[in-house]
Design a protein around this ligand. Structure first.
Ligand SMILES: NC(=O)c1ccc[n+]([C@@H]2O[C@H](COP(=O)([O-])OP(=O)(O)OC[C@H]3O[C@@H](n4cnc5c(N)ncnc54)[C@H](O)[C@@H]3O)[C@@H](O)[C@H]2O)c1
Length: 390
């Protein structure tokens, strides 16, 4: 089968899983070269994954056989590196977010359009089985019209596990810019474009221990937001690096006929759970005289009616682990098939605007009206079979 030449810039923590998947699991891409600002890191990666070339960023961008470049550098470098990639005439797939500011992201998307190139950002988890199944349920009308939702990411902070965590507490870090892209992408994919956003923020631990150095946090570490979508759905968002323990769900979508519990959008799998409220709704709507005890019993027994939904995607159920690189494989397939990649410039841009909107609203004390829009693609269904995933 045809293979599209790929290069990677940034050989840090997340590069490992991309390199594993691209060299071992996605047959339509071929990893031809890797680069890093520290060339020795690129050399180590090339040795580990048997990649033909380790080089400087400039050398990688000069290779004509490379069509797609993955930017796996830190968020603060994304705008500059993505621009270099586009200027070199390559399609760009960037780790999240596409850029730090809306203006920078807009500029990149405009440049890509002028050059006839694709320029999108992670996450690709929305192409995974869990979000795909949730999308199929919502679009299939299983919960009726979406009315509300909640989206929550709570943890104590990434310094607990990341080998080089300082960037998480600088501009472009914090729970909204780091984890928000997973949640915003999933919500936009499931509910469509956002209309407006309000938010309050705080810093639970303004000075944190980053690998033995007490470091001032430059960004908020807890966000409490409210969003309204163009389709009318409204809901709450919590993003926190200040929470030791919580029982909040990752994402739940509440519809006129039921509820979908969407799995962690930072994962590719399930479980997806659904509560079919249509039976209860028809009983409640038929009530003509007061008999609260019966209704209250039914409502308090709701949990028993929630069911785990069998996941239909992907076709091969084994592919539910950490599939990072799926979006790159989709971009390569788009080039082969002459279509656009499923992660679109408009979603990547809309998400960058949303991340900044939470920040802007908190700073100004006003509600932010979104300027951009996007049109998410449908659930993939049997298109999964198009992927030659080993
Ligand atoms: N670590 C994770 O688990 C994880 C998960 C999902 C997504 N991400 C995203 O992946 C990206 C990278 O994160 P990471 O954890 O791998 O960071 P990292 O600091 O471990 O690695 C970044 C690498 O990029 C290189 N680099 C930085 N600026 C560069 C430049 N201008 N030119 C060339 N190389 C440059 C660094 O030398 C380093 O090797 C971020 O956008 C992050 O949000 C990380």
């Amino acid at each position: 089968m045809s293979k599209i030449g790929v290069g990677i810039i940034g050989c840090g923590t997340i590069a490992d899983v991309y390199m594993t998947n691209i060299t071992q699991h996605y047959e339509n891409v071929e990893l031809l070269a890797v680069a890093d600002m520290f060339v020795e890191k690129a050399q180590q990666a090339a040795e580990k994954f048997n990649i033909p070339k380790a080089c400087t960023v400039e050398e990688l961008l000069e290779m004509p056989e490379i069509k797609i470049v993955l930017d796996l550098t830190i968020p603060a470098a994304h705008y500059t590196v993505n621009k270099q990639i586009l200027d070199a005439g390559k399609h760009c797939y960037c780790e999240k977010p596409l850029a730090l500011s809306f203006a920078e992201a807009e500029e990149l998307v405009k440049l890509a359009q002028e050059k006839g190139l694709m320029c999108v950002s992670a996450p690709d988890t929305f192409l995974g089985a869990g979000i795909q199944q949730s999308k199929a349920l919502i679009d299939g009308g299983k919960i009726g019209k979406p009315v509300g939702f909640t989206a929550n990411m709570t943890c104590p902070g990434h310094e607990l596990w990341h080998p080089n965590p300082a960037f998480y507490y600088k501009r472009g870090g914090g729970p909204m810019f780091d984890m928000g892209p997973y949640y915003m992408t999933a919500l936009v994919y499931l509910l469509g474009p956002i209309k407006r956003i309000s938010c309050f923020t705080t810093k639970g631990r303004p000075v944190r221990n980053i690998l033995g150095t007490m470091t001032e946090t430059e960004v908020p570490t807890t966000y409490s937001g409210i969003m309204e979508f163009v389709n009318g759905a409204v809901g709450t968002v919590t993003m926190s690096f200040d929470t030791w323990k919580s029982a909040l769900p990752c994402i739940e979508v509440y519809g006129t006929e039921g509820t979908v519990s969407v799995p962690d959008p930072d994962s590719f799998g399930g479980p997806v759970r659904m509560f079919d409220g249509s039976k209860l709704k028809s009983i409640v709507e038929a009530v003509t005289e007061p008999h609260p005890a019966k209704i209250i019993t039914m409502v308090t027994n709701q949990d028993k009616c929630e069911e785990e939904v069998a996941i239909e995607f992907p076709v091969n159920p084994e592919h539910r682990g950490n599939m990072r690189g799926l979006g790159v494989s989709d971009m390569a397939q788009a080039l082969i098939d002459g279509r656009k990649s499923r992660m679109s410039e408009s979603i990547s841009l809309h998400v960058v605007e949303a991340l900044n909107a939470f920040e802007e609203s908190a700073k100004t004390g006003t509600c932010y009206e979104m300027k951009s829009t996007c049109e998410p693609t449908e659930a993939m269904g049997k298109d999964w079979a198009l992927w030659e995933v080993r």
